[in-house]
Each structure stands twice: as structure tokens, then as C-alpha cells.
Design a protein around this ligand. Structure first.
Ligand SMILES: Nc1ncnc2c1ncn2[C@@H]1O[C@H](COP(=O)(O)OP(=O)(O)O)[C@@H](O)[C@H]1O
Ligand SMILES: [Mg+2]
Length: 224
């Protein structure tokens, strides 16, 4: 399984770290493909190692070119393995390679007009391009991130919700809330390694992981 989250600043890398945490905890071998020139995933991998929190089943590939991204995704895609492709928050060839190589695309949605329209640009424009060039469908799922209590209640967000619904892309049942535990994924920790892990963050991340898997399996069944 590969995943791509092609919008920056919305918590894309953080979500992938949470999903990587869940996958490792469940006994998958995980490959992180860092397709972001800022190399934030590579830094996390390094920090996990320094802190003694890096399982042997975690691998990292620093991919600087579209070819490297696609090759790494193919090479690391096997049974009981999860390949997570992190891309930059800009539209470039690495982003397209991430889409081209993916089995499912996870688009994080942060409740702001700019981020919602960016997500829709992905589903309406870039994904069709990727589907055409590789000749097979590309299931996509939206995941709400950095959610606050305010987001759940604000009336102004009704309109954004309507835009998301009209788009037709499935929205994961579970969402990631705004939590300190996710901020701490910028240190040498996974969701499970702190002395007092955040049970809520773990539960919702496991829920998102299952939702993504479910969308993937359903989409595969439709094709078959
Ligand atoms: N669910 C969350 N709760 C709290 N903070 C978050 C959450 N997701 C992301 N952040 C914070 O938001 C910032 C941007 O997140 P990041 O994952 O680096 O975004 P991107 O990879 O899309 O650029 C970081 O400071 C990160 O710690
Ligand atoms: Mg990032």
C-alpha cells in the first residue's frame, strides 16, 4: 500500500507519521519515501534512531527525483508492507510521481477555504491526470486533520462541508484532532513510545488507518 498526501502545511507529514506509528505497531514493515526537498521525514527517521525508538521494520528512502519515488515505491511494495510517500506542499513532478506510484491517495483536509480548494484541485485535476498516465484507477480518501472543537461547531464551516460533500470523494469516518501528541511527532517519538502515550490520539489514528484500508479494499473490489 502506498499513500500520498499532496498538500502542505495541513499536517500531511504528521498524518503519515501517525499512520506509520500504527502500521509498525501492527507488525507491518513500513517504508517512508521522503519526496520533500526539506527532508522532514528523513529528519524524523534520524531522531527516532537517536532516541532509540526506531524499529528495525522501519525503512526510509530519500527520493529526490520522480524516478526515485516511483522506483522506491515499486521496490518496497510487498505483502505485510506499507509504503508511505510524503510529498511537498507544492505542485511539482515529485507530487505527480507520488500520485503515479500510489495505490491510494490520502488527502488531509484542514478546515480553511484555501486548504479545501487545494484538496479539490487534487481530486479534480491531478488525480485524473495520474489515472490517465498510468491507466488504472486511483482511490482517494479525505481525512480531516487538526480538528478543534470550534471546527465541529462553527456555522461558517457549513459551506466548506458542502463543498467537500459535492466533491464526492469519500471522507474517512475518523479524524485527527488538534493534539499535543501529534506535535510531539516532530521529536524522536512515535505515537506509542512516550512514557504516557495519548490513548485518544492512538485510537483515532488507528481508526483513520482502518478507514484508509477499507477505502482501498472497497475500491479494489469495484475494479475486480
Ligand atoms: N493533528 C495535529 N494536531 C496538532 N498539531 C498538528 C497536527 N497536525 C499537524 N500539526 C502541526 O502542524 C504543523 C504542520 O504539520 P506538517 O505535518 O509538517 O504539515 P505538512 O507536512 O502538510 O507541511 C506542524 O507544526 C505540526 O506539528
Ligand atoms: Mg510535510
Amino acid at each position: 500500500m502506498s499513500a500520498v498526501i499532496p498538500k502542505g502545511g495541513t499536517g500531511k507529514s504528521t498524518m503519515l507519521r501517525a499512520l506509520a506509528s500504527v502500521a509498525l505497531h501492527r507488525g507491518y514493515s513500513v517504508t517512508l519515501i521522503d519526496g520533500d526537498r526539506r527532508q522532514n521525514m528523513s529528519r524524523w527517521f534520524q531522531m527516532l534512531g537517536d532516541a532509540g525508538n526506531r524499529p528495525d521494520s522501519l525503512q526510509l528512502v530519500s527520493a529526490m527525483t520522480p524516478q526515485e519515488i516511483v522506483e522506491a515505491a515499486v521496490r518496497h511494495n510487498s505483502e505485510r508492507s506499507v509504503v508511505l510517500i510524503d510529498t511537498e506542499g507544492t505542485t511539482n513532478d515529485n507530487l505527480m510521481a507520488g500520485l503515479y506510484a500510489a495505490d491510494i491517495v490520502v488527502v488531509p483536509i484542514y478546515f480553511a477555504l484555501d486548504d479545501v480548494t487545494a484538496a479539490i484541485q487534487v481530486t479534480d485535476h491531478y488525480i485524473p491526470l495520474a489515472v490517465e498516465s498510468r491507466g488504472r484507477p486511483l482511490p482517494t480518501v479525505f481525512v480531516l486533520t487538526k480538528q478543534t472543537i470550534i471546527d465541529g461547531r462553527a456555522r461558517a464551516l457549513t459551506e466548506l462541508r458542502a463543498i467537500i460533500q459535492a466533491n464526492g470523494t469519500p471522507v474517512a469516518e475518523h479524524m485527527l484532532h488538534n493534539r499535543v501528541a501529534y506535535r510531539d511527532l516532530q521529536t524522536g517519538q512515535t505515537l506509542y513510545t512516550p512514557t504516557e502515550p495519548d490513548a485518544k490520539a492512538i485510537a483515532e489514528s488507528e481508526g483513520v488507518f482502518d478507514d484508509v484500508l477499507k477505502t482501498f479494499i472497497e475500491a479494489t473490489r469495484h475494479v475486480a
